[in-house]
Structures are given as C-alpha cells and as structure tokens.
Design a protein around this ligand. Structure first.
Ligand SMILES: Cc1cc2nc3c(=O)[nH]c(=O)nc-3n(C[C@H](O)[C@H](O)[C@H](O)COP(=O)(O)OP(=O)(O)OC[C@H]3O[C@@H](n4cnc5c(N)ncnc54)[C@H](O)[C@@H]3O)c2cc1C
Length: 483
C-alpha cells in the first residue's frame, strides 16, 4: 500500500533526469562537496572545544579567535562543516526569532525582549558585512521578506501578526502590509494580502557555511571532521571539561555544544531538543518567460501565512527552492539518512509551489532533501555558559537559525571571555526549559499537532470569505505544542 501511495503521490510531479532525493542538499550538490578535513589525530588539549561545525559552532569559534587570537580553539565535527541544517536550509537570513515573547518578558521584562528583537535586525547586517569582509560569496541579496496570505483567515492573521510584532520590537518601517500593486512585483496566485519586512536577505546556505569554515580555519582554529563526539563531560573536581570522541578525548576550559537537531543523539541528551524535520525541493532553472510573469526581481525571501507554512527563495541561478514541514518527526527522535525526505513531503511541497506559481508546474523538480531543526519543549531558543561545569550551548532555534546562530556565536564569545555585555544581558541567555516527554508520547503528540494544523489550513482555505477566521483547531494544536 505504502509503495502505491508513494508512486501515486509522485506521478504528477515532473522530475528532472538529474532528480536526487537526499545527498545532503541541493546546495551542496550545486557547490560541490568540499574536501574533507582530517579527523582528530588523538587526545588533545585546547582552551575552547566546540562540538558541531554548523553556523553556531563556527560563529562562536570565529568571534572568539577574532577577539583573542592566542586562544586555542578546536571544532569537532562528526561529518563535515555544514552537514547539518546549516548546509540544508531555505537561505532566509532574517530577523525572525522563534519563541514566545511573553515567556522572555516574564523573566526579563518586555524591553529586554525588544532589545533582543532589535539585535536580530542588526544581526542580518552583521552576517552580510562579515561575509563581505571575509570574501565569502554566498549569493547574498538583501531584498527583504514577503509574507503572503491566500485566504481571508490568513489575511486577518497576517494583519494581527503585524500588529503584534509592532508591539514587540518591530516598528512600522520594519514590517507592514504592502499594497497589491507594489513594485517590484512578485505574482503569487490567489494572494489576497502581503506583508513586507526589509530585515531579511537571501543566501546560499552551503556557500555561507563552507566560506565561514574556511575563514575560521584561516584564523587558526583547528577543525576536525569525521570525528564523532560520544559524550561531553562537565568539569569534575580538578578534571577539566572533556569531549569524548571516537578518535580520542579533547580537554578544554570551555566546551560549546552546537549540535542543534542532532543533540538528542548525544549521551544523556535524548529528550532535550526534539529533532523536527523540515523538507525542501528545488526546481530546475525556471525559464525566463515564466519569470516575466512572476517578477520576483527583488529576490525577497517569500513565505505564506498557513499554519503549516512554506518558505521559498529565488536562487542565484533562477530556480525556486521551497520548503516546509513535510513529515515533521520520526519516532524515537530518528534522523534522516543523508538528507533523504519522504515522497509525501515532496508531493506537499510541489502542491504548495504550483498553487503559488501555477506556471511553474511544467518546470521539473531537480532535488529534494530534508534536515533537522532543534525544538525545545517551550519552543524558545537559548544560549548558555555554565562557569561551574565549563559547558555551554546555544540553539533550539526552531525554524529560524540562520541569523540567530550568529547572535548566539557573539554571545558565546562574551560569556566564555567572562564579559558582562549588552549581548549577555539579552533574555535568551540562560533561559531554562524542561525536556520532552518520553516515547510514544512525543511521536503521538507531534502527529496530532501536525494533523490539526493541516486540517485547520484546509478548513480555512475552503471557508467562504465572509465567514473565514482562524480555525479553532490551530489554537488547540498550539496549546498541545506548548508554544
Ligand atoms: C530544511 C531546513 C530549512 C531551514 N530554513 C531556514 C531558513 O530559511 N532560515 C533560518 O533562519 N533557519 C532555517 N533553518 C534552521 C537553520 O538552518 C538552523 O537553525 C541552523 O542552521 C542551525 O545551525 P547549527 O550550527 O546550530 O546546527 P547544524 O547546522 O545542524 O550543525 C550541527 C552540527 O553538529 C554536528 N554534530 C551533531 N552531532 C555530533 C556529534 N555527536 N559529534 C560531532 N558533531 C556532531 C552535525 O554533523 C552538524 O554539522 C532551516 C533548517 C532546515 C533543516
């Protein structure tokens, strides 16, 4: 039955002769896989050891070494730099910050969250300027972000969201509704409303992460690839924090865990951050005749306002890459194999793509893949450095980590160097959250939440305009999720 369902789901989708599912991501296939760095040669001693060579770990290493060039910093990576979400994402470098504003305000006050939101906006420019300074060509275009609504419930929700965001750190210039005839045009079929924020840029994720790894190595950081960390041990008595790997043990004064969606695979961390999958597809280059109809000259990153939302970008070589939840969670916090995604996810994304851009229905899909996000139990990202144990970490960014990881990297630098700065006073520093429920509750819960959001979207799209409002099912899903 599964086989037939799969075949039926994929049949209407034109697929390129070069179609691939997995191989980490389209981005790496486009860029070419970099030559692997050597693994850890044996036990070693550093001032700082970072686990995970994604954006978080690399930004932390970058800013530490920039600030204090004599610091001995190592990055230990199981696969290669960018293997995780950092080399697979949608390339939205945006000021969006996941997590409940109210929760951060509860502990630190509203103005502290507003400072965090403003810091996110300047982080977008920080990434762009470091990329320029370090000669990292990551196809960056700061065209802003457009969010479209394609039914009345989405339109009302979009307007409410803007009002809400404007109370929490976005000023009217930072996000607002756009008139329908706004130039440059971006013709999304059935769009009934559109919002715009200038605080976003399109990036090529793999070019950014591999360029960053090169820059970090150029500063004198040792990056060890193909080295699996089994356990991170806190400082015990006189024994320094230790990173136990399959190649030896690294002792360091400070250890940073930067493993995001893979955190649950580390010993003792199984229920910490839920690995939530997000999937993407990329088309072949879209013919210029189709682009003439769509527009999208501004290269804004594009999203919709559904509960199970999608995010998209126009790539530097004129493809459309679009992503969304697909099948969000594998039982027992299981991981994908090399980025392969389920046929159901491909089918859903293609439907979303061709609903937005019917003329793209003839353009073959060239690549499909997925990756794991880290989701804390309260959906709120955090940064930590525990002076007593010597262990720090950052993540739980949910779906917004491209810019957030840079803010985390700079904050980790200040925490490790023992500085009291504006960054270390931001309300996500030290934010605590309990773990996820054991299985099968986790699996059942995520299935139910996902199902409710999908049903809410379907209902909203079918309800007549004058009766349409956000479906109650979405509210129930949000409450179960504990967001
Ligand atoms: C499909 C998809 C689309 C997304 N789109 C966007 C977007 O458009 N905009 C946005 O802001 N965010 C997006 N995100 C989220 C964003 O990509 C992540 O939040 C961000 O990349 C996290 O970076 P990281 O360095 O913390 O984690 P990762 O990039 O996942 O890096 C973790 C690294 O740790 C390594 N590792 C794990 N376990 C071990 C171990 N035991 N030993 C050694 N190494 C280990 C992994 O191999 C990996 O390289 C998306 C995520 C996905 C999956």
């Amino acid at each position: 039955m599964g086989l037939f369902t799969t075949a039926a789901q994929l049949r209407p989708i034109p697929r390129s002769t070069r179609f691939a599912n997995g191989s980490v991501s389209f981005w790496f296939r486009d860029l070419g896989f970099p030559e692997r760095r050597d693994p850890l040669p044996g036990s070693a001693d550093y001032d700082v050891c970072v686990v995970g060579a994604g954006y978080t770990g690399l930004w932390a290493a970058y800013y530490l070494k920039k600030e204090q060039p004599d610091l001995r910093v190592a990055v230990v990576e199981r696969e290669f730099a960018g293997f995780g979400a950092s080399g697979r994402n949608g390339g939205w470098l945006s000021a969006e910050f996941a997590g409940s504003r109210e929760r951060y305000a509860e502990s630190h006050g509203k103005s502290a969250f507003i400072a965090l939101q403003r810091a996110m906006m300047s982080t977008v420019d920080e990434v762009i300027s470091v990329a320029a300074a370090e000669g990292i060509d990551a196809d960056i275009v700061k065209g802003g972000m457009r969010l479209v609504a394609t039914n009345a419930a989405q339109r009302d929700r979009l307007a409410e969201d803007i009002e809400y965001l404007q109370e929490w750190g976005y000023w009217p210039d930072d996000i607002h509704l756009l008139p329908a005839d706004h130039a440059p045009s971006l013709a999304v079929a059935d769009a009934v409303a559109c919002a715009y924020s200038p605080h976003a840029a399109r990036v090529h994720p793999a070019k950014l992460v591999t360029g960053l790894a090169r820059a970090v190595q150029g500063l004198g950081v040792d990056i060890f690839e193909g080295t699996a960390v089994e356990e991170i041990r806190p400082r015990r008595g006189g024994v320094r924090p230790a990173v136990i790997t399959d190649r030896g043990t690294v002792y360091a004064d400070h250890v940073v865990r930067a493993t995001e969606g893979f955190t649950s695979t580390l010993r003792g961390r199984h229920r910490e951050w839920l690995p939530m999958n997000s999937s993407m597809i990329a088309t072949e280059p879209v013919p210029s005749a189709v682009w003439e109809k769509i527009g999208w000259e501004g290269r804004e990153v594009l999203g919709d306002s559904a509960h199970a939302y999608v995010y998209a970008q126009r790539t530097a070589d004129d493809r459309i890459a679009i992503g969304g939840r697909g099948v969000p969670y594998r039982f027992g916090s299981g991981q994908d194999k090399d980025g392969a995604t389920q046929p159901q996810a491909i089918a859903e994304l293609w439907k979303a793509l061709t609903r937005m851009f019917p003329d793209v229905a003839e353009v073959p899909v060239e690549h499909a893949w997925s990756g794991a996000l880290g989701v804390p139990r309260d959906w709120c990202p955090s940064v930590h450095m525990d002076a007593e144990t010597g262990i720090g970490w950052a993540g739980g960014y949910v779906g917004s980590g491209v810019a957030t990881s840079n803010l985390a990297g700079r904050t980790l630098r200040d925490l490790i160097l023992g500085r009291d700065t504006e960054l270390t006073r931001l309300p996500w520093v030290g934010h605590q959250v309990r773990g996820w429920e054991p299985e099968p509750l986790r699996w059942v819960g995520t299935r139910v939440i996902h199902g409710l959001y999908r049903t809410a979207d379907r209902r909203e799209s079918k309800t007549p305009e004058d009766k349409s409002h956000t479906s109650r099912l979405a509210g129930i899903a949000t409450r179960i999720a504990g967001r």
